[in-house]
Design a protein around this ligand. Sequence first.
Ligand code: HEC
Length: 118
Amino acid sequence: MTWRVAGMCGGILFAAISIVGLALTGRTALAQIGPNAKAGQVLAEKLCISCHIVGGQAARASVPADVPSFVAIANKPGQTAEAISGRIVVPHPPMPQIHLTRDEIADLAAYILSLREP
Ligand code: HEC
């Protein structure tokens, strides 16, 4: 009787440890992915789409003609994630001061660069 109870407790404890372990490995795995182009796309569609043509979608009527599209930015000769990040960090005149974390900037740069055509 006492043995069975102890066995059950052990089972529950083991399950709990597994769940914690899973949560921890999940977290470190996420942290190791690095710049995330998908997250960058979500940000771009929220923050940058009012001026830039972000992806392959048709231009919105309100997009100013002289703003380079993200595809054009990605395909500039010799373009790098570092150069793109630099242009995002230094606010470009019509662009409002948008507070972005370093990770968000890296995600945005990764997304823009993912539009580069081979
Ligand atoms: C209010 C309008 C506006 C918004 C919003 C805006 N931009 Fe821009 N962006 C511009 C204009 C205009 C230029 C071109 C002028 C320049 O390069 O200074 C530009 C240029 C750039 C460039 C440099 C292009 C090159 O030729 O090197 C990058 C990179 C860029 N934007 C990224 C972003 C990102 C990422 C966002 C969203 C977080 C964003 N922009 C939001 C107006 C905007």
